[in-house]
Design a protein around this ligand. Structure first.
Ligand SMILES: Nc1ncnc2c1ncn2[C@@H]1O[C@H](COP(=O)(O)OP(=O)(O)OP(=O)(O)O)[C@@H](O)[C@H]1O
Length: 326
């Protein structure tokens, strides 16, 4: 379990200016959950990861992994606790002159695990990530996805409770991305890992995460289970989890956005739209199934003069409606 309480990190720059990178973050990820962290560049994602791995000392607040508070631990104990956190990066950074098996064995060697035990563990780990027969291959002989699998096996060598993944699929094509995300889920299921994924790709969140947090200038802007945040109509996460294609505006007409899902079943939305009469037109729509729940957005256009009446009629039918700024 990952638990951050009122976490703040303030950097002091050379000109003695203060930069508040994390501004009172509360985040609790239960054991066995895959949680995504998203946010624009500069939102504080890397700082969050560095505080979680205790590479950075928070200015205030606490970080706890599996009930152990990392903040304030001595160097020796911190090193021991860090082994409970496995890290997976965008660029795997394997040792080129070592085979896949030797790369996975490396952290075990550093930890002083005996040769015989190491060999058994490495074989198990490679098997676990689907590379049982590639232990003797060098990184140059492996594809990007296979290298990432080796990186994941290496991260799991110390049997961590938590896997922190920093943009794990950003360097991979879409098919390989899907396979790696599937692997992460399988590992979570088999090993009971708690997984935190930092990503700028909403497709990653859609595909693998149970819950998600949006960071904005060091604060939690929105957080919750995927289906829940996607159902918070009009919210930033709902918009990016259920994207719509761009559409050109039409002169004299106004676009209204309607929400499906949650307490608003599709038939009610469609009936309410149909009741507006022939002056209504459909501009775009998307429906996604997220964590087993169907959520969607529908954009319609109405004559500018009919905006107020159309909105009122839709709302009277219980449909969530917002006017889209031109
Ligand atoms: N060592 C540092 N000294 C001063 N300011 C820093 C330092 N590291 C980060 N910052 C500032 O803290 C804020 C958060 O940065 P951070 O790197 O955590 O964001 P991020 O969400 O990871 O961005 P990106 O997606 O671009 O990696 C930014 O304003 C950044 O300029």
């Amino acid at each position: 379990m990952i638990s951050l309480s009122d976490l703040r990190k303030v950097y002091r720059t050379r000109g003695d200016r203060e930069v508040v990178a994390l501004d009172g973050i509360d985040l609790h990820v239960p054991r066995g959950e895959v949680h995504g962290i998203v946010g624009e560049s500069g939102a504080g994602k890397s700082t969050l990861i560095r505080c979680l791995t205790a590479l950075e000392e928070p200015s205030s607040g606490t970080v706890a992994i599996d009930g152990v508070t990392l903040t304030g631990l001595g160097e020796r104990e911190l090193r021991r606790q860090r082994r409970r956190i496995g890290m997976v990066f965008q660029h795997v950074n394997l040792l080129d002159a070592r085979t896949a098996a030797q790369n996975v064995a490396y952290p075990l060697r550093v930890a002083g695990v005996s040769r015989a035990e190491r060999d058994v563990r490495v074989a198990e780990l490679l098997q676990l990530v689907g590379l049982g027969d590639r232990g003797d291959s060098y990184p140059s002989q492996l594809s990007g996805g296979q290298k990432q699998r080796v990186g994941i096996a290496r991260a799991l060598a110390a049997e961590p409770a938590v896997l922190l993944c920093d943009e794990p699929t950003s360097a991979l094509d879409s098919d390989t991305t899907r396979q790696i995300l599937r692997l992460i889920r399988e590992l979570r299921d088999r090993l009971g890992l708690t997984v935190l994924i930092i990503t700028h790709e909403m497709s990653v969140v859609r595909e693998v995460c149970d819950s998600v947090t949006l960071l904005d200038r060091g604060k939690v802007a929105q957080t919750g289970p995927i289906a829940e945040v996607a159902g918070e109509h009009g919210s930033r996460l709902a918009r990016s989890l259920v994207p719509l294609p761009p559409e050109p505006g039409v002169a004299g007409r106004t676009t209204l956005e309607l929400a499906f899902g949650g307490g608003t079943p599709a038939h009610r939305v469609l009936a309410a739209v149909a009741a507006l009469g022939e002056d209504v037109d459909v501009a775009s729509g998307t429906i996604e199934t997220l964590a087993g729940t169907r959520v969607g957005r529908l954009r319609i256009t109405v004559p500018a003069a009919a905006v107020a009446s159309s909105t009122a009629r839709l709302r009277a039918e219980g449909v969530h409606v917002e006017e889209v700024a031109p």
